[in-house]
Write a protein that binds this ligand. Structure first.
Ligand code: COA
Length: 380
């Protein structure tokens, strides 16, 4: 009988740090910044839109005008939540439920109503990608409406995903500047090479499971506070600190107690997260616009303390917290918003995985016992 395949020496108990797990062309950290398909996020944040970025991530090139118009139309047509799905969503509990747990279940339920869920043709998978990307933000606002006892609002298919996020959450036409800045946030969160949730999506996709299952795996991974859950924790921390005067000692105490300060540090960026730089100036402008500049000032002070005391720089989650807060978005929806953007990247990863698939199946380095013999319970 053939022996098991050989194991490469050295167990990787450090979160696969530095391990190259696949070849990818979607996004990559090049030098000090992040690229999507060869374009820097600074370039895209300054000039692109979320819809255009979706096309870029899925097609490996920017769209021509008619292609962009077509994608906008397709997304608009898929934004509205179906009546059947809404009636199921109304049965899901919302009290004491984390919005990411609800979103995970809602996305899974959406898959149950999708007649194409098991159709793995390229065309059906593209339609599922449209559905998931168009609806994810609408699911988030549906949660907000349902938990506050309000009716779900139908989106306006001629408007963008960013515009409809605010519209379906509040029922009011949103401020154009807020929509623009939120759209930039969606661009900045759309993909980030082989992060935990994209990897989770790829692992599930590698078994040739379906698109919905892979996206639900990714949502589950994103939920954790070491990944997408950090932005919500940042705002809770700022509120807990309360005033600028208390910020320095609060952070010093946290560091003395070996606590992790959310929104700082990164596995890959050691000289700063380029997305944080863009979000930082957005936070400064928006907190001033809402007449609450102290949230930015407090963040700025924490940023200084973290750099001086620990040599750690802010990541994408640190300044996005005050950006979303300034936009009036409930704090526990920050991570679901991350999902509403990142779903576009997850889908790109799922499809890329399938272009050259091999099931992910690593080994563990055995560190347990051997040679034991079973004995009946009475003799143990
Ligand atoms: N606050 C305080 N200390 C931190 C820290 C933080 N946010 N991030 C890292 N450190 C410290 C660790 O305690 C560790 O110190 P030690 O060597 O004295 O034990 C060292 O820096 C290395 O950290 P480590 O957790 O091993 O880094 P990692 O690459 O495994 O993890 C993160 C990266 C992002 C998970 C980690 O920095 C973190 O937990 N940050 C807070 C959560 C967060 O903002 N997540 C969003 C990521 S975009």
């Amino acid at each position: 009988m053939a022996e098991a395949a050989p194991i490469y020496e050295g167990a990787l108990d450090r979160g696969l740090e530095g391990v190259v797990a696949c070849t990818t062309k979607i996004s990559f950290i090049v030098g000090a910044t992040l690229n999507y398909r060869g374009y820097t996020i600074e370039d895209l944040a300054a000039h692109s839109t979320f819809e255009e970025t979706i096309f870029l991530l899925w097609n490996d090139r920017l769209p021509k005008q008619d292609e962009l118009d077509k994608l906008r139309k397709e997304l608009g047509a898929e934004m509205t939540l179906d009546a059947q799905l809404i009636s199921t969503l109304k049965t899901l509990p919302t009290k004491g439920v984390h919005p990411m747990a609800w979103l995970r279940s809602a996305t899974s339920a959406m898959g149950l109503y999708d007649k194409e869920a098991q159709d793995d043709s390229k065309e059906a998978n593209y339609r599922k990608a449209l559905r998931l990307t168009a609806k994810m933000g609408m699911l988030v606002t549906a949660f907000e409406r349902l938990r506050t006892g309000k009716e779900i609002i139908s989106p306006n298919p001629s408007k963008s995903i960013a515009w409809n996020f605010f519209y379906t959450m509040t029922g009011n036409e949103p401020d154009a500047e807020i929509v623009k800045q939120f759209d930039v946030c969606l661009i900045l969160h759309a993909d980030h090479e082989l992060n935990c949730s994209a990897f989770a999506a790829r692992v599930t996709a590698s078994s040739l499971s379906d698109v919905y299952s892979a996206v639900v795996s990714a949502i589950s991974a994103l939920k954790g506070p070491l990944h997408g859950g950090a932005n919500e924790q940042v705002m809770l921390m700022l509120k807990d600190i309360g005033t600028i005067e208390k910020a320095k000692s609060w952070i010093e105490d946290a560091l003395n107690n070996k606590a992790k300060v959310m929104g700082f540090g990164h596995r890959v960026y050691k000289n700063g997260d380029p997305r944080a730089k863009i979000l930082r100036s957005m936070s400064e402008k928006l907190t001033a616009k809402m007449g609450q500049p102290h949230w930015y000032q407090m963040s700025d002070m924490i940023d200084d303390v973290m750099q001086n005391k620990k040599g750690l720089l802010p990541n994408v989650d640190f300044y996005s917290a005050t950006v979303y807060y300034s936009m009036g978005i409930p704090i526990d929806l920050y991570t679901p918003i991350f999902a509403a953007s990142r779903v576009s990247g997850w889908l790109a990863h799922i499809f890329e995985q399938w272009t050259n698939n091999r099931i992910y199946r690593p080994r563990g380095k055995w560190a347990g016992k051997e040679g034991l013999n079973w004995v009946p319970p009475a003799q143990r």
